[in-house]
Design a binder for this molecule. Structure first.
Ligand code: PTJ
Length: 265
């Protein structure tokens, strides 16, 4: 056990518990909304069904997401309280290697939260953070929550927006504005997952390092190859295949038993 964690490495659910600890620390620092804990718990449940690993359809979506980011004229990574608690360093790294800007955009705009998220990003190495306070001076009428307040230099003029762990209506609004939307969502049935251009059905903590590697790998490719990846990608197919992975896993577990699988590990 360390000062940061109440769990020993040998604990069978150590990784999952450590993520929970990051989330609760996020709440204490005013970074994460209380509703973010509910969202995290929902994600955990879907991750259990997925098998807590990146799947083949998840990987296809990650490749398409990397190509989409590299082809963008003006890409923005939208940061909320959950991802700021879970993986701020990875967001800064993805921003550095892809050229996408970082913007704080939160659903629950409570006093001090945007600044707290900005602080986390700057501590993780970010040099520029859009969308904080008066900088979020543009308004997107297609969005029916506080998320409509955006930075004119960021989400407002972006052609590609990365919105992981998102509530439903913004994706729809951004798509209606003609933007491409990339998301990470463990629930393939959520409105965001269904509406987005590219949906990575995976845990954001597993998907981010893979997305960074894919951007690094594809950075050297020519534009035609990136276009080929994007044009041959079907989000509908990836969503169906992700659900099929869940279905198959539940079928297998229902036949052989969950505990047998645990003992096999
Ligand atoms: O910080 P704020 O104020 O912007 O609020 C952020 C939350 C996440 C609370 C807000 O966007 C929200 O309410 O989201 P929803 O509608 O609960 O949707 C979040 C989605 O993310 C759900 O479909 C979850 O299953 C999924 N999810 C939760 N944790 C993870 C996840 N997906 C991938 N990785 C996770 N770790």
């Amino acid at each position: 056990m360390t000062r940061e964690s109440h769990v020993e490495e040998k604990h069978p659910r150590a990784e999952s518990i450590k993520l929970r600890e990051k989330m609760t620390r996020g709440v204490e620092k005013n970074v994460t909304a209380l509703a973010g804990l509910l969202a995290h718990g929902r994600g955990e449940a879907f991750d259990y069904i997925l098998g807590e690993e990146t799947t083949a359809p998840g990987m296809r979506a990650i490749t398409a997401a990397a190509a989409t980011l590299l082809l963008a004229d003006h890409a923005v990574l939208s940061v909320n309280g959950n991802v700021a608690a879970l993986c701020p360093e990875e967001f800064v790294e993805l921003s550095n290697i892809s050229g996408a800007k970082l913007e704080v955009n939160i659903f629950h705009r409570l006093p001090g939260r945007e600044e707290a998220i900005e602080k986390v990003l700057r501590e993780a190495g970010a040099e520029e953070v859009l969308g904080v306070g008066e900088d979020a001076s543009a308004r997107i009428d297609e969005i029916y929550s506080d998320r409509r307040r955006v930075d004119p230099e960021g989400i407002f003029k972006a052609d590609v927006v990365f919105v992981p762990l998102e509530d439903g209506d913004r994706t729809e609004g951004l798509m209606r504005m003609g933007k491409k939307v990339i998301t990470v969502d463990l629930n393939p049935m959520s409105r965001t997952a269904q509406y987005a251009t590219v949906t990575i059905v995976d845990n954001v903590v597993r998907a981010m390092p893979l997305l960074i590697s894919e951007v690094e790998r594809l950075r050297g490719e020519d534009v035609e190859e990136l276009r080929r990846i994007v044009d041959s990608y079907s989000n509908r197919e990836v969503l169906s295949d992700s659900m099929r992975v869940m279905l198959e896993r539940l079928r297998e577990l229902s036949e052989k038993g969950v505990f047998l699988e645990l003992h096999d590990r």
